[in-house]
Design a protein around this ligand. Structure first.
Ligand code: TXA
Ligand code: MG
Length: 316
């Protein structure tokens, strides 16, 4: 495995690896992805292996443009078309009826396929060079924190990946927002586009009942650091419990914690989202007894971060 700064030569090399059946980690505007050519089931199987991902958890297929989209899904219509026009290229994933040619392994046997058209120039250059859809989940071991930097990928997946393209920190720092329009517009995963922005285009979205959203593979335990994590109001934590714990907060500081990560001094949720996984990776590396996460406001990107925290806490 090697990490190469993303440039023309390294992207061309990554494309050759993909076309030869290899797997490559690459930057997107949300988080780093671990890609294989979507129409090469053996390469896709390597992605599942490298992540230790259960085969019932389907992958997102990345496409360059509408013509590539037509290889994996049928024509868009209605709300899906409006959403695609508004948010693509960008961090929106649409779950669509799949074309027959998409391998079952990619969709875990579902008749639908999750598709997104990324905006990141490196992801786009890679798609252009391989000239084929790329299936790519986040480039982390299954269930653990998502990678927002090449170093996170190297630490989590290491030698299981043929090449890592490095383009610095991810812009959004949270995974794409996943929506299905069938049978009704529904939020499957809150993500980098605030749900309010989606609803401004799609009208109000159904939300699968009972807190964390229920997409296949949207398991209750997910996005978890190795260190036990709980969501708790820090002012309710006695100082005796703070000494060997780390704290993740939006803007307020609390004394007595062994380590502290403030996501945005201005309380800006977009800035906080971009720093979110990075802060969790950093706290996780300190060998603390526990991570306390102060609740975030559940509006805008705060909803997506709280979704990730609830799943991380479910593992503890
Ligand atoms: O921002 C992102 O979406 C990143 C970058 C790399 O594109 N990718 C990503 O992929 O987060 P992953 O595999 O970590 O999450 C994909 C989620 C899974 O939870 C899966 O259950 C859901 O998408 N999914 C995939 N296909 C689906 C389908 N046909 N129906 C419903 N959910 C689906
Ligand atoms: Mg993931």
């Amino acid at each position: 495995m090697s990490i190469l700064a993303a440039n023309r030569a390294s992207i061309a090399r990554a494309a050759r690896i993909l076309c030869g059946g290899g797997i490559v980690a690459f930057p997107t505007e949300t988080v780093y992805g671990l890609g294989a050519l979507a129409f090469e089931p053996l390469a896709v199987a390597r992605v599942f292996e490298a992540k230790k991902r259960p085969s019932f958890d389907p992958l997102i297929v990345h496409v360059l443009d509408r013509s590539m989209l037509s290889q994996v899904a049928n024509e868009l219509s209605g709300v899906a078309e409006r959403l695609a026009r508004h948010f693509w290229p960008g961090p929106l994933t649409l779950v669509l009826a799949k074309s027959e040619s998409v391998p079952d392994l990619v969709t875990s046997g579902l008749q639908s396929v999750a598709v997104r058209m990324p905006s990141h120039p490196v992801a786009r250059a890679l798609l252009e060079q391989v000239n084929a859809p790329i299936a790519a989940p986040s480039a982390n071991p299954f269930g653990s924190l998502s990678p927002t930097r090449a170093e996170h990928v190297a630490k989590g997946l290491g030698s299981n990946v043929d090449l890592i393209l490095d383009a610095g920190s991810s812009e959004h720092g949270l995974e794409s927002t996943i929506v299905t329009c069938d049978p009704v517009p529904t939020l499957l995963r809150p993500g980098a586009i605030p749900v309010e922005s989606i609803e401004a285009i799609a009208g109000s979205l159904a939300r699968p009942a009972g807190g964390p959203v229920a997409a296949p593979g949207q398991l209750p335990y997910h996005y978890a650091p190795g260190t036990p994590l709980r969501v708790i109001d820090p002012s309710a934590v006695p100082s005796s419990q703070r000494a060997r714990a780390g704290l993740l907060t939006l803007r307020d500081e609390f004394v007595g914690y062994a380590a502290l990560r403030v996501l945005s001094r201005r309380g800006d949720l977009r800035e906080a989202a971009a720093a979110f996984f990075e802060a969790l990776h950093a706290l996780d590396a300190l060998g603390l007894e526990r991570i306390d996460a102060a609740p975030l406001p559940e509006i805008g990107l705060g909803l997506a971060m709280m979704d990730r925290l609830a799943r991380a806490a479910a593992r503890a």
